[in-house]
Design a protein around this ligand. Structure first.
Ligand code: ADP
Ligand code: MG
Length: 678
C-alpha cells in the first residue's frame, strides 16, 4: 500500500525506527503532522558576510568554497569529528562537524555553499561548527528553521518534508471553500504548505503564514462554536424588572464600587430579557465579584427562581456558602451548600429540598450539576473561575435547566478575543477598580538564603495580629528538591515559627478536615497556613497580609498573581515574597514582572505570550488545541477576521454539514479531540 498522509511516519523514505522515534518525540506520527510541523523562522542565506566580518561566538551566514576535506577523526566514546578547510576567496576558515559523517559527506571539495553556524576562534583562526548548509547554486536562499531534537537535522526534515508534501499533492486538498478564499484574500492551502516549508520568496512565505494562521484561528473558533452550539432560543426565565434588591445592597457593610454597581446593573438588565444571559464578569482578584453574584441571586430568588453557584474547589464553595449566607439570609434568601463530600444521607435530604424549591441558592462544586440533582426552577447558573472547569462539566452545566441565564466570573483577565473563543459569544462586564482603601501588595523576590529574614518578617506581622500563608509546590517530599508542605510545616513549627499556631492544608486532605482548617484560619485561630495551591483561587481572609511562595519558579505568572491575590484584601498593608534559587533569565524575568506590576491584565498578557494559549489555563482541560502558527497575543487583527469568517460560515451551515465544508470539518475534528464534537 502506498503511504498516505495519515500513514505512520516511518512510511517515508529514510525514516527508520530511530528517526521515527525522534519524530515522535516532537509529536509527529504521520506525514500530515510533519507537514504541520511549521518552521518558527527562516534563515536568509542572502545575508551572508565575509569571514573577516563574522561575529565571533555568534551564528553567522557565510559563503564558502570547500578547499580540502581533512581525514575523519575518531575519538573516545565513538565521537567522530569531520573537518574541512574552506575559503570565502579572501580568508580561510575551518568547518567542523561533529558526529554527522553522512552530512559531511554531502559537502564536496571545490563546491561553493552558503553555511549557517556558530563561528568561534580568534581574529586569525576561525572555525564554523555544525553549519546548516546549501549549495550556493541552489536558488532557494530562504530556509526554514524547525524546532528540532537531538539527532534530527534540518536537512533530514527537509528531505522528508518534500516527500510528505508530494504525497499531499497527489490528492490535493483545500479546506476552505472558494468564496471564502477570495473574500479573505487567502492563498490556496497547497501553495501555503509548500511555501511555508520551501518558500519561493519572502512574500510567498509571508502569504503562506497568513493563510495557515488564519486557518488555525478559524478552526479554533469553529471548533469551539460546534462544541457549544449555544441555543439562541428564548429563556423560560424572564424576570421582572420592577423587583428591587436595593435593600440588600444598602445593607452591605461597604459601598459598591462603580464597577460593581454597573456590573449589577448589566446583569439585572440581562435577567429581564427573554433570551438567556451569557455574561462574563471579569475583575481582578479582590475586586469583589462575589457580592455581585449575590445581588444576582437575590434578584432571582425574589422572582421565585433558583440559582446555582459553582466553584472549582470545595474550599471555595464552602467560603462562598458562608459569604452568600451572610449577605442573603437576612433578606430571607435561603442558601445551601452541595459538594461531593456531603454524606449520601445528607445529600439525599438536600436534593429533596432543592427539588421542592426550599432553597433559592445552591452553592457547590460540580456536584450541583450532576444528573441526580433536580431543581424546581433553575434559572440562573453562575460559575466562578470557570476556565478551571473541564469542557465536559461546562457542557453538563449548559444542559441543566430550561435555558437558564449564565454568568461566568473570572479573575483571569483573559484578553477579550481569547475570552470570546473560550466562552463563545458573550457579553462582558469588567470591574476595573479595587474597593477603596486597598493598598497594592508589595512583592519581593528573594533567594533561599534570605529565608530566615523572611520568617522574621512573618513573625513581626503575626505579632501585630495579622496572619500569613506559606505556599509550597508539593505535598510530600520527593526526589526533586522542591519544598513539600508536610515536612515544611513540621520544620517551621519546630524552628522558624516556633510558638505560632500553624496548620497544614493540601488537596489530599479530607474535605471535612480542610473545612475545619479553613474555618480556623478565617476565625484567626490559626496564624499561618502552610499550604499547596489549594488556596490559589478565591480564598478570602482579609486579615492575612503575607504570602510567602516557595519554589516560585514552579508557578506560572497568572498563578502567582492569583496566589498573591490572597493577601491585600483588607485595610492592611500586605506583602508577597517569592522565594526561588532559580537564576535562569526566564525566571528572573518573571520575578521582575511580578514585583513590578500588580496589573492582572498585564500579567496575563505576559503569561499568554510566554506560554501560549494552550497552556494558559494551567492544564489541557479547557479543550483548546495548541496553536502552532498563530500567536493570539500578537495577532488580534487576524483573529478578528477569522472570527467574522467563522460566523459567516456557521450562519450558512451551522453544523458544517454542507459538502463544501466537509474538509474543514474533518480538519476541526482532527484538531479537537474527536469525542468533543458530536
Ligand atoms: P474576588 O473578586 O476576588 O472574588 P471577593 O468577592 O472575594 O473578590 O471580595 C474580596 C473582598 O473584598 C471580600 O472580603 C469582600 O467582602 C470585600 N469587598 C467586596 N466589595 C467591596 C467594596 N465595594 N468595598 C469594600 N470591600 C469590598
Ligand atoms: Mg472570587
Amino acid at each position: 500500500m502506498a503511504a498516505n498522509l495519515f500513514s505512520e511516519i516511518e512510511y517515508l523514505k529514510g525514516v527508520g525506527k530511530a528517526r521515527g522515534e525522534k519524530y515522535r518525540r516532537l509529536g509527529i506520527t504521520s506525514p500530515y503532522e510533519l507537514i504541520y510541523h511549521i518552521p518558527r523562522d527562516y534563515l536568509d542565506f542572502r545575508t551572508y558576510v565575509p569571514v573577516q566580518q563574522a561575529v565571533l561566538n555568534e551564528y553567522n551566514v557565510l559563503k564558502l568554497t570547500i578547499t580540502k576535506k581533512l581525514p575523519l577523526q575518531r575519538i573516545k566514546g565513538g565521537l567522530v569529528i569531520c573537518k574541512a578547510a574552506a575559503t570565502d576567496g579572501i580568508d580561510d576558515i575551518l568547518i567542523v562537524v561533529y558526529n554527522n559523517v553522512y552530512g559531511f559527506q554531502s559537502m564536496q571539495e571545490g563546491v561553493c555553499y552558503y553555511m549557517y553556524g556558530k563561528v568561534t576562534g580568534s581574529f586569525l583562526r576561525k572555525e564554523i561548527s555544525a553549519p546548516v548548509f546549501i549549495r550556493a547554486d541552489e536558488n532557494v536562499l530562504i530556509q526554514p528553521k524547525y524546532p528540532l531534537t537531538q539527532g534530527l537535522s534540518v536537512n533530514m526534515v527537509r528531505q522528508n518534508m518534500k516527500q510528505a508534501l508530494d504525497i499531499m499533492e497527489r490528492t490535493p486538498f483545500e479546506t476552505l471553500p472558494d468564496n471564502i478564499l477570495r473574500k479573505y484574500n487567502l492563498c490556496p492551502l497547497m501553495y501555503a504548505l509548500r511555501n511555508i516549508h520551501f518558500p519561493e520568496s519572502e512574500t510567498a512565505a509571508e502569504l503562506s503564514r497568513q493563510r495557515l494562521a488564519f486557518d488555525e484561528l478559524l478552526k479554533l473558533q469553529l471548533g469551539m462554536s460546534l462544541m457549544k452550539k449555544r441555543s439562541r432560543k428564548s429563556t423560560a426565565f424572564q424576570l421582572d424588572k420592577n423587583i428591587s434588591v436595593d435593600d440588600m445592597l444598602n445593607g452591605l457593610p461597604f459601598e459598591l464600587t462603580q464597577g460593581q454597581r454597573s456590573a449589577v446593573d448589566d446583569i439585572l438588565c440581562d435577567l429581564c430579557k427573554n433570551v438567556p444571559m451569557n455574561r462574563l464578569l471579569q475583575g481582578d482578584v479582590g475586586s469583589g465579584k462575589t457580592v455581585v453574584a449575590a445581588a444576582a441571586c437575590c434578584f432571582a430568588a425574589r422572582n421565585g427562581i433558583q440559582s446555582a453557584l459553582m466553584a472549582p474547589t470545595e474550599i471555595l464553595a464552602a467560603q462562598h456558602f458562608r459569604t452568600l449566607s451572610g449577605f442573603l439570609e437576612p433578606f430571607g434568601v435561603r442558601v445551601c451548600l452541595l459538594t461531593g463530600s456531603v454524606t449520601a444521607k445528607k445529600k439525599a435530604a438536600l436534593r429533596e429540598k432543592i427539588a421542592a424549591g426550599e432553597y433559592d441558592v445552591i452553592v457547590g462544586t460540580h456536584a450541583v450539576i450532576q444528573k441526580d440533582v433536580e431543581y424546581r426552577s433553575l434559572g440562573l447558573v453562575i460559575t466562578d473561575e470557570q476556565h478551571r472547569f473541564g469542557v465536559a462539566q461546562r457542557a453538563a452545566l449548559a444542559e441543566k435547566g430550561d435555558s437558564p441565564h449564565k454568568l461566568v466570573m473570572s479573575a483571569t483577565p483573559i484578553p477579550r478575543t481569547l475570552a470570546l473563543i473560550i466562552y463563545g459569544d458573550l457579553d462582558i462586564s469588567a470591574i476595573t477598580e479595587l474597593p477603596k482603601g486597598r493598598k497594592p501588595v508589595k512583592t519581593y523576590a528573594v533567594t533561599g538564603k534570605l529565608r530566615r529574614r523572611v520568617f522574621s518578617f512573618v513573625r513581626d506581622r503575626l505579632s501585630e495580629g495579622r496572619q500569613a500563608y506559606v505556599v509550597c509546590p508539593m505535598i510530600e517530599d520527593s526526589e526533586s528538591d522542591l519544598h513539600a508542605v508536610k515536612s515544611y510545616a513540621e520544620e517551621a513549627a519546630a524552628n522558624d515559627l516556633k510558638g505560632c499556631t500553624t496548620a497544614l492544608l493540601h488537596g489530599k486532605m479530607k474535605a471535612a478536615e480542610k473545612d475545619k482548617v479553613m474555618e480556623k484560619f478565617h476565625s484567626g485561630e490559626i496564624q499561618v497556613l502552610i499550604c499547596t495551591t489549594v488556596v490559589e483561587v478565591g480564598v478570602d481572609v482579609p486579615n492575612a497580609v503575607v504570602m510567602v511562595i516557595e519554589n516560585a519558579e514552579r508557578f506560572g505568572l497568572s498563578q502567582l498573581h492569583q496566589l498573591r491575590g490572597r493577601v491585600g484584601r483588607g485595610e492592611f498593608e500586605s506583602s508577597c515574597i517569592l522565594i526561588t534559587d532559580n537564576t535562569t533569565d526566564e525566571c528572573i524575568r518573571r520575578m521582575k514582572i511580578m514585583s513590578s506590576t500588580s496589573d492582572g491584565f498585564k500579567i496575563s498578557e505576559e503569561d499568554l505570550k510566554m506560554r501560549g494559549p494552550g497552556d494558559f489555563f494551567g492544564n489541557a482541560q479547557h479543550g483548546l488545541p495548541p496553536l502552532k502558527i498563530a500567536d493570539i497575543a500578537c495577532n488580534m487583527e487576524l483573529m478578528n477576521r477569522a472570527q467574522v469568517c467563522a460566523r459567516e460560515i456557521l450562519e450558512e451551515d451551522p453544523n458544517l454539514s454542507l459538502k463544501k465544508n466537509s474538509a474543514l470539518k474533518m480538519d476541526i475534528l482532527r484538531l479537537f479531540s474527536k469525542d468533543i464534537i458530536g
